[in-house]
Design a protein around this ligand. Sequence first.
Ligand code: TUI
Length: 318
Amino acid sequence: MKTRVTELLGVKYPIIQGGMAWVAEATLASAVSNAGGVGLIAGGNAPTEVIRKEILKAKELTDKPFGVNIMMISPYADELAQLVCEEKLAVVTTGAGNPAKYADSFKTAGVKFIPVVPSVALAKRMERSGADAVIVEGTEAGGHIGEITTMCLIPQVSDAVEIPVIGAGGIADGRGIAAAMMLGAEGFQVGTRFLAAEECQIHQNYKELVLKAKDTDSAVTGRLVGLSPVRSVKNRYTKKLVELEKSGITAEEFENLTVGSLRKAVQDGNLEEGSFMAGQIAGMIHDVKPCKEIIEEMFHDAENLIKNFEKIRGVTLG
Ligand code: TUI
């Protein structure tokens, strides 16, 4: 499949791995890149030196393009932006804020700049700032989320900008790719599916939660206290947070309870105090496979579905 995104990034498949904080490190990122997609190392809240090491490790593991995701609310965001330019990475994605101030340095360093946006307004602003493409992430996604669904966001952003649109949120198989293409996407960001990749280094408890999850097993926390909403797999911890939110806890008290909870999920598999971030599509994921198989199957199925739509769906067109 060739689109403006494969051309822009010089890759075989128009797929970018989500920049999942604590999860997306060099092993996962290089596996995605070696499979023909674009792997990402997540900056999260990690100090710059930690990410520099991951970049060097990924450079050992792949000679294909990969990138870094910068979370704008990280205290190290400015330093990371500089690091990405120094290391002349192929691509940078950003999340959880407006990265316009970095656009010129990315351009000068030749780093493709692809911000994640949750709305048409921000997509237009990013295009004016010089973004090479935008990732439009629907509220189905895991982690820190916007309000609009992928189904509604992709076509509205596609109508509003000229740069390529990369769809995200709820895409985990060939059907999701085909559907997002119909809505206007020329590329796809996939996060949750890669939680169940063989090369993904998260705790086994995390993988099992994703594999066991049903459609209704995700919870959104933080919204009631006025913080940015976060989607995770329901567990005792999210139940406790939801109860506290309803009881009128302050945003500050709530935030104190969530510090470190993602690390506890990813590294310790702590089912009591861990925040196991994942998207709504976790309910559809039932097996652990290598990144290469995940990606090849997705694009094989998407192309087959599009080419043989009438036969596969039993529809007669025209
Ligand atoms: O960033 C994400 N997903 C994330 S970040 C993360 S770590 C975290 N942990 C706890 C609390 C908060 C974060 C886990 N998952 N996705 C991309 C994304 N970006 N979704 C929504 C946005 C976004 C929101 C507002 C992007 C820009 C934005 O700009 C507002 C403005 O105008 O400044």
